[in-house]
Design a protein around this ligand. Structure first.
Ligand SMILES: [Zn+2]
Ligand SMILES: [Zn+2]
Length: 247
């Protein structure tokens, strides 16, 4: 019932469109606005708004351009940070921990653990279907058990601790940078814990994958030991840019 369209994903830029069949919202305009417009085939205005998780460049790069078409929706602190750097034409402020209603979607922004001013994830309920999707990018972990109706999960799967450690040992990445990643991003190991506390999930999208510190195939195998349902990833290298790739 929920559709997820990954426009871009990873540390070089993020952009997603979530739809319950009635209402579409964009999340994170993190690539140049003209690219978003091109990749969505000029359908930006079909979205009610563009939610923003936090102010880092890979999540807001195209905010100024997109705000000419649809409002940028974020918490007051995040909106303020974006406005320091970009001219935002239309905006809406989001309240945390309560429902912010956009047509048929009731969206609850909740706190996550990341090095930004006010980083949030989004719990999105379709008022049409009474089912929910949770969206989490850039977070060290999640402390929540989501309601039973949360069958859809779009979540960061950034690094594999074993590969990250190996990359430090072989000098491919500096130790301080590895520690920064560990303190701010989701590992495969932590993701597995989240799936164990949220056994109701039936459809899973893995986003914001690192190209250097993760091997997606072995990651999927590790996840499949605890989670037996559908897994989707973003496969840029396969030229499959605007569709989900089912594993
Ligand atoms: Zn990011
Ligand atoms: Zn970030």
């Amino acid at each position: 019932m929920f559709e997820v369209n990954i426009i871009a994903s990873g540390s070089s830029g993020n952009c997603y469109i979530i739809s319950d069949g009635k209402t579409k919202v964009m999340i994170d305009p993190g690539i140049p606005g003209n690219q978003i417009i091109k990749k969505t085939k000029h359908k930006v205005t079909e979205c009610e708004c563009c939610l923003v998780s936090h102010e880092h460049g890979d999540h807001v790069r195209g905010a100024g351009t997109i705000s000419r078409y649809i409002p940028i929706a974020a918490t007051p602190e995040t909106l303020n940070e974006i406005q320091h750097k970009q001219l935002i034409m239309m905006s809406k402020t989001l309240k945390k921990n309560v429902h912010n209603v956009f047509n048929t979607l009731a969206i609850v922004p909740f706190e996550v653990k990341h090095n930004a001013i006010d980083p949030v994830g989004f719990h999105i309920t379709s008022l049409e279907w009474l089912s929910s999707l949770v969206f989490v990018t850039d977070s060290q972990y999640l402390k929540y058990k989501f309601p039973e109706r949360t069958k859809y999960m779009v979540i960061e799967c950034n690094y594999d601790e074993e590969i990250l450690t190996e990359n430090v040992v072989y000098g491919k990445i500096k130790g301080w940078l590895a520690d920064k990643i560990r303190a701010n991003h989701y590992s495969v190991e932590t993701l597995i814990k989240t799936l164990k506390t949220n056994t109701q999930v039936e459809k899973l999208w893995l986003i914001h994958n690192s190209t250097e510190n993760l091997d997606i195939q072995s990651t999927i195998e590790q996840i499949q030991e605890v989670y037996k349902n559908d897994i989707y990833t973003y496969q840029k290298e396969m030229g499959n840019e605007d569709t989900n790739h089912k594993r």
